[in-house]
Write a protein that binds this ligand. Sequence first.
Ligand code: KIV
Ligand code: ZN
Length: 395
Amino acid sequence: MTQNHIVFFDTTLRDGEQSPGCSMTTQEKLTMAHALEDLGVDVLEAGFAVASEGDFAAISTIAQAIRKPKIASLARAKQEDIELAGRSVEHADRPRIHVFLASSDLHLEYKLKISRQEALDRTAESIRLARSFVEDVEFSPEDATRSDRNFLVEMVRVAIEAGATTINMPDTVGYTTPDEYARMFREVRERIPAVDAENIILSAHCHDDLGLAVANSLAAIQAGARQVECAINGIGERAGNAALEELAAALYVRKDYYGVDTSIKLEKLYPTSEVLGQIITFKPSPNKAIVGTNAFAHESGIHQHGMLANPLCYEIMTPASVGVAKTNLVLGKHSGRAALRDRLEKLGFTLDRDELQQTYYRFVALADRKKNIYDQDLIKILPDAIRERRGEPVV
Ligand code: KIV
Ligand code: ZN
């Protein structure tokens, strides 16, 4: 794997599943895991083994059925969790145990009620235990972005010495900003030479509470992160995780800027989002980047005119490149004559200038009253002479 390959760690089935309305059965998780494998994710976090028997069963089923990605199983820094996580991925070709323990004083004091020293000791012990099951151990200092920086660096150092091969620094509560997050990655690399010297992978895991999850992940990449953790349609705790499709598309469209490669098959993005939408109880909002129904829809006259002249005027990637069937020129009250003529021509009606003008006035009047204009509505407002030419009934 080259230095400029960004590892896509998908957590749709773990962090994603933790969001309301997103729980999945083992069978549904397996269906989703196949879709994620086809999409080309490098690591698939299949669940949190200790959470329930169902979660354990789902991880174990996925570990046996899915071959291409590494299969990760989440564990708190506790013996019981790590042993279960280890067993859940024992049949995977390339298993990973992902251990997490909070690094912020807030979490240590109020949630875990342990001292910083106890946290460091547990970090080392749990990673050593995880390494007795698998070679590939990821460690996450939870709430890294709200942690005292010196302590965070200390914890990461201890984790690496104990055998962690990937260090994920989560923005657990979606609090950080791109510049600040990037600085954290640079500082950890500067202060712990072993990160680069021993080829330790630094990873970003961003939540979207301020709508910055994708921007923060991209900033981390610029600061040396080589793994991003993300979920399809951006599902996940609260406002969700960084959306996989947005990260993959950004790195593809702006390869000139980021200069990195991924294994994601772009044309599978939309189909994968559809699979998830069918499994869970909701689809992404219409204006969601890449996979929302309006992501490639254009309604205003100026935009439609530009699109018809050259799609590059208003589209930075083709819909086909991310698996969307086609651009949708939606006819509504902001549309212009160019789009109307184009649609009518597709329906088989060629109008001269005056006929188009007459039809356009009728169309605008109708669009003021009606939200959705269908092809049948358009045919009805055509002047009689045009419909007669085509043998359409004249009412
Ligand atoms: O957001 C978070 O901190 C997590 C960890 C378990 C990685 O999901
Ligand atoms: Zn998370």
